[in-house]
Design a protein around this ligand. Structure first.
Ligand SMILES: [Zn+2]
Length: 107
């Protein structure tokens, strides 16, 4: 298992409907996470490492903005970010990170 440890805090500076975030390979959450949720965040950890962290967040933000302008819907834009598409598609496969190819978010 390549999933990461989760650091749980009572409060995090996140939107109310967000309960976890992966930053620089660390997973922070406002509650214990299910295995699938940990796997989802661990996939983001792998993506961030591949893009050397800071470029990941820049890319993520720009892609969200472009998709938001396209769809005019923040939630729809979020689900279409390539990093989220990969994470949601494979989060239920708890062995995914053992066989994942590098840069799998590139289609
Ligand atoms: Zn995600």
């Amino acid at each position: 298992m390549k999933t990461k440890r989760v650091y749980v805090f009572k409060r995090l500076p996140l939107r109310k409907d967000y309960y976890a975030i992966c930053l620089f390979g660390f997973i922070f959450s406002v509650r214990p996470l299910s295995q699938i949720e940990v796997n989802h965040e661990s996939i983001h950890a792998a993506q961030q490492k591949e893009l050397l962290y800071i470029p990941f967040f820049i890319w993520y933000g720009i892609e969200w903005l472009v998709l938001y302008m396209k769809y005019r819907d923040a939630t729809k834009a979020y689900f279409h970010i390539r990093f989220e598409e990969e994470a949601y598609k494979h989060e239920a496969d708890l062995n995914y990170l053992n066989s994942r190819r590098h840069f799998s978010f590139l289609k």
